[in-house]
Design a binder for this molecule. Structure first.
Ligand SMILES: Nc1ncnc2c1ncn2[C@@H]1O[C@H](COP(=O)(O)OP(=O)(O)OP(=O)(O)O)[C@@H](O)[C@H]1O
Ligand SMILES: [Mg+2]
Length: 287
């Protein structure tokens, strides 16, 4: 079942001025309930602008956004519900932490939803647990956390609203490899545990290949392709022409094939690469 679909979505910044720019143009996509959708595209291609339409932060110049079949701009009640059902975590969300304690920060969304106190408490603790922040972190000032912890606290704040759709804009940007791994794992685990739909904007082809069930490819304000990881990452030439790349492991296997080794051209993750090498050398996959 489709949880979100857009039809002909177009957005103009600085409308009516000499600086007018169509940041997204005529975007029509369907997002299936429970999917993990990766959005890729070069810088400035319109990814952030697009996702900000899905929970009504931005209003389209033309076109529609449907959430569970209903136009989100139908009336005031509908847009308010949308903001609770579709949780959006911005690029560098830790800049928005501002409360005295991590607990208060994570509870900001649920408090806005006017939930009873015990339900707020349950949600804060569940979300903190999802992102691996323990009891001791909840009492701290968000400014005393490490970079990776701050990022996770900010993500927990969105998760605590228990949105049906969780959107993350570049959640691993600027983190070290261990911080990145933690975030990717928590996103994958969160989806499995809650059955939520997740939309992940990322510059990392590796992360998208490892996590996504489908991929949206954006280029110069438009969606040029929506397909499976395999469908999109077998289009190496197209991706390169748009300033993108295939995952590094895919490129390594391309190199091996170019040298005449009969290895698969469907390798998109390190695990697949490992299995393929073990197969190639005739060994059983022992891990
Ligand atoms: N607030 C704004 N006012 C005017 N133009 C904007 C604004 N935000 C974005 N733009 C322009 O809209 C286009 C799309 O920007 P957007 O931020 O959506 O791209 P993006 O794909 O998210 O890029 P990045 O990968 O760098 O985050 C760009 O040309 C950008 O310069
Ligand atoms: Mg962006």
């Amino acid at each position: 079942m489709k949880i979100i679909s857009t039809q002909g979505l177009t957005h103009l910044y600085s409308k009516g001025t000499p600086f007018e720019v169509a940041a997204i143009r005529d975007i029509s996509v369907d997002i299936e309930e429970g999917a993990l959708v990766g959005i890729i595209g070069a810088t400035g291609s319109g990814k952030s602008t697009f996702i900000q339409h899905l929970n009504g932060i931005l209003k389209p110049e033309a076109g529609k956004v449907y959430l569970e079949g209903r136009d989100i701009w139908e009336d005031k009640k509908s847009i308010r519900e949308t903001r609770f059902k579709v949780g959006l975590c911005f690029q560098y969300p830790e800049y928005q932490l501002f409360e005295e304690t991590v607990y208060k920060d994570i509870s900001f969304g649920p408090r806005n939803m006017k939930l009873p106190q015990d339900e707020i408490d349950r949600r804060v603790r569940t979300a903190a647990d999802y992102v691996g922040l323990g009891e001791e972190a909840l009492g701290k000032s968000p400014f005393d956390l490490s970079g990776g912890e701050k990022r996770r606290a900010a993500i927990a704040g969105v998760m605590a609203m228990e949105p049906k759709v969780l959107i993350l804009d570049e959640p691993t940007a600027g983190l070290d490899p261990s911080g990145r791994r933690k975030i990717l794992k928590l996103i994958a685990d969160y989806r499995v545990r809650t059955g939520s739909t997740v939309i992940l904007v990322s510059h990392s082809m590796e992360d998208v290949a490892a996590l996504a069930t489908s991929v949206i490819l954006m280029h110069r304000s438009s969606v040029v392709m929506q397909g499976t990881v395999e469908e999109v990452f077998t289009q190496g030439g197209l991706l390169k022409s748009m300033g993108l790349n295939v995952p590094q492991v895919t490129e390594i296997f391309e190199g091996l094939r170019a040298r005449g080794l009969p290895v698969s051209d469907r390798i998109f993750t390190i695990e697949q690469g490992l299995d393929e090498l073990l197969r190639f050398y005739g060994k059983e996959a022992v891990r």
